[in-house]
Design a protein around this ligand. Structure first.
Ligand code: SF4
Ligand code: SF4
Length: 443
């Protein structure tokens, strides 16, 4: 006997029905013209799974009727997440930046991670490999602006690449960078040395971006960044992904097509876009920032996604957010740590004296990754405890969010704030479908 999965959603639109399941990530669009599936669709709508003939429908949207799906979902979390052979880091080599973005929340001092801490980190990774084994290893460089410290990045990369070479480990790297400091040789070095992901922010058209993200001496940055993207694009033999992040507010909309046209005319499908509202993130200009109202943010993001798709540009990061596990913040991942410029191991990448009381969970002081179990548990257990909140047990988004959307704010506030954009899941997945159809037709 079967029952409909509690994570199945049936969303009807004019020309068909979108079916999806938040637990297994199945997403299927059934066009009104699909005569063969009409009977099965009707059975699914009536929650009558035993009368469904199509095997894919049954597997994707139904479950045996004696299953406790919440328990199954939580078991999937522990099985997938608590794998010590899957280790990742954010490293902040410095807190220095050559930009002065209007909305920046970071303090820019002159902190640079010491050679001693870098050596300890490299030794800690090697020791970890011998102690626990590794299947997957990833570093994301962050800052400040990480490429101000290119020499540090190169030292770590060269060292670890030669250590991992010939071992059965998938090792790769990425960076969140303002994208302004690359030479062609540096780009070539990175692509030749296992760097396969970059997040680079361009806030729309030249005028809007240059006013949001000037250099520290006030000069504009749009052309500098875009020229570097074109250089990346010229390396056709490498498979990498650059997510162009657009931090937006009301001022961004009018000129957004200028950015889309530049992407479409100059960059290939390795470049995607990611829309995120500008927020009052704790910087000194917060009061003066024009931000989009929290309650309408999800809808404005969907609008921008639609505009990008019309131009054939993929808002990949935005719609990936609705797949299983994708809303677990990296601070919630058990075997993920942030190495600060002070050599401490944090979970959330924010550095702040107050936060550090619970956010600093460990150290590499002894050339090993050592952490405090209780502090760690507050980040890595769903809900930070052995029990979920009742609202999460009932929630259809549990397999995506696991009450791990922002462990930092949960620890501070004592409860989980739900992401505001699950109300547009169906619209986002329709966008994804529309993009797929458009790109199939283009081929
Ligand atoms: S925090 Fe909110 S969205 Fe996340 S699982 Fe709990 S109830 Fe659902
Ligand atoms: S814990 Fe919260 S503030 Fe920290 S990185 Fe994650 S989402 Fe951001």
């Amino acid at each position: 006997m079967l029952k409909i999965s509690k994570y199945t959603v049936i969303h009807e639109v004019e020309d068909g029905v979108l079916l999806y399941n938040m637990k297994n990530g199945a997403q299927i669009f059934v066009n009104n013209e699909e005569e063969k599936l009409k009977g099965d669709l009707l059975s699914l709508k009536k929650k009558d799974c035993d009368n469904i003939e199509n095997d894919i429908f049954k597997k994707a949207f139904c479950v045996p009727d004696d299953i406790d799906e919440v328990q199954e979902v939580m078991a999937s979390y522990y099985k997938q997440m608590f794998d010590p052979t899957n280790l990742s880091f954010i490293i902040m080599p410095n807190n220095i930046c050559n930009f002065r973005c209007k909305y920046c929340y970071q303090e820019h001092g002159k902190k640079v991670i010491s050679d001693e801490n870098i050596d300890k980190f490299i030794k800690a990774i090697k020791n970890y490999y011998y102690d626990h084994g590794l299947k997957d290893f990833y570093i994301e460089w962050f800052g400040g602006e990480p490429f101000i410290s290119f020499d540090i990045i190169k030292k770590v990369t060269d060292n670890l690449n030669s250590f991992f070479y010939g071992k059965n480990v998938r090792y790769h790297y990425g960076a969140t960078t303002n994208g302004s400091l690359f030479s062609k040789d540096q780009i070539e070095y990175l692509l030749n040395n296992q760097f396969d992901f970059f997040q680079i922010t361009i806030d729309g058209d030249k005028e809007t971006h240059n006013s949001n993200r000037p250099l520290s001496d006030g000069r504009p940055t749009w052309n500098i960044i875009f020229d570097n993207l074109k250089t990346f694009n010229s390396f056709k033999e490498f498979d990498f992904h650059i997510s162009i992040r657009v931090n937006y507010n009301n001022e961004t909309f009018a000129g957004i097509n200028e950015l889309f046209d530049a992407i479409k005319d100059n960059l290939d499908s390795r470049f995607t876009v990611f829309f995120h509202t500008i927020g009052k993130w704790g910087g000194e200009n917060d009061e003066a920032l024009d931000v989009i109202d929290y309650s309408i943010e999800p809808y404005t993001t969907v609008m921008l996604m639609e505009e990008a798709i019309k131009k054939g540009i993929e808002p990949l990061t935005n719609y990936n957010y609705y797949n299983p596990f994708k809303r677990v913040c990296y601070a919630g991942l058990p075997y993920h740590f942030t190495l600060g410029s002070d050599g401490k191991l944090r979970k959330c990448n924010e550095e702040d004296e107050e936060l550090d009381k619970f956010n600093v969970v460990g150290t590499i002081e002894n050339e090993r990754i050592e952490f405090n179990l209780y502090k760690w548990s507050r980040f890595v257990l769903p809900n930070g405890k052995i029990e979920l909140e009742n609202k999460c047990k009932e929630c259809i988004n549990l397999p995506v969010c696991f009450a791990q959307n922002c462990p930092k704010s949960r620890i501070i506030n004592g409860n989980n704030r739900c992401p505001n954009d699950f109300i547009v899941t169906s619209e986002v997945l329709m966008n994804k479908y529309n993009y797929m159809i458009k790109s199939i037709r283009r081929k």
